[in-house]
Design a protein around this ligand. Structure first.
Ligand SMILES: C[S@@+](CC[C@H](N)C(=O)[O-])C[C@H]1O[C@@H](n2cnc3c(N)ncnc32)[C@H](O)[C@@H]1O
Length: 275
């Protein structure tokens, strides 16, 4: 396998500053309003439950907007990401908002060696996190290793069905083109831009990604010692996953303009590590 980490890290390092500067991530709203929460975290408030006092880790925390939001809800947060540029933005956000969040630079698979195994009550992750990882079973074992017995995972993730779609056909049809199930080899994408509004042009345009079927994610968690406590599929996503085909709801979510019930775009999953 090529060194997928170097390829993907170069891509993220270049995009993180553009994301932090983009109105889509709304960093300035965190600075202006001490009660502001990211739209991603706000969307899941009815499902998240109480996090006050919990020791939480946000895996693949990117520029820290969801991490700081969880801190604002009362959790004691650590963020982990392998992109130094993303963590520089996350640390700037935490300093600017006075949020005492630790940020740790590491690969997800190394999390139990750089963080305290069994030291966390909550693992939070998602929205474009799992697609960067080749092996979902190994990820589930990492999450289990970080949590104390009884600790919980909260995952809001892009639906694997969405990742199968090619929306660039000249005839305008959506085609099932990419793997639904996990494959040993990555799908290699060439993408000039990014998923937020930005004027910036990028030189690192290649990514190596993997899909993980919903059943594969659930089974990996069950086998790693979890019980599933929630699984909800959503017809919306917190970014424009299919440009030109979606409408926004004014609260950060977008769904297909035409019959949105045809496609799950994301899901929320919660699981508890068995005692
Ligand atoms: C789409 S972002 C996560 C989204 C996050 N929910 C957000 O929007 O703020 C994906 C993040 O995963 C990180 N990442 C990708 N592969 C990783 C790996 N193997 N280990 C740690 N972090 C990784 C990237 O650096 C990036 O910050």
């Amino acid at each position: 396998m090529t060194d997928y980490r170097s390829v993907n890290r170069a891509n993220w390092d270049e995009r993180a500053p553009a994301h932090a500067a983009s109105p889509d991530y709304g960093v300035e709203r965190f600075l202006a309003d001490p009660a502001h929460l990211s739209e991603v975290v706000r969307f899941d408030l009815p499902r998240l439950g109480k996090v006050t006092g919990l020791r939480g880790v946000h895996l693949q925390c990117h520029i820290g907007t969801d991490t700081v939001s969880l801190h604002r809800l009362g959790a004691r947060m650590t963020g982990l990401d392998f992109s130094p540029a993303a963590l520089a933005e996350a640390r700037r956000l935490a300093a600017g908002t006075g949020a005492p969040v630790d940020f740790v630079e590491a690969d997800v698979y190394d999390a139990p060696t750089v963080l305290e195994p069994g030291g966390f009550d909550l693992v939070y992750t998602g929205v474009g996190a799992l697609c960067w990882l080749p092996d979902i079973r190994r990820w589930a074992q990492v999450v289990a290793a970080l949590l104390r017995p009884g600790g919980r995972l909260f995952l809001r993730e892009c639906h694997p069905m969405l990742w199968t779609l090619d929306d660039t056909r000249p005839d305008g049809t959506l085609a099932v083109e990419y793997p639904y199930f996990e494959r040993p080899e990555p799908t290699v994408f060439q993408e000039q831009g990014t998923y937020v509004a930005t004027e910036q042009t990028f030189t690192h345009t290649v990514t190596h990604e993997w899909n993980h079927g919903l059943g594969e994610v659930v089974t990996a968690l069950l086998d790693a010692g979890f019980e599933l406590t929630m699984l909800v599929e959503h017809d919306s996503a917190p970014w424009d996953a299919l440009p030109g085909r979606t409408v926004g709801d004014g609260h950060g979510e977008r769904r297909l303009a035409d019959r949105p019930w045809r496609l799950p775009q994301t899901y929320t999953l919660a699981a508890r590590r068995r005692d």
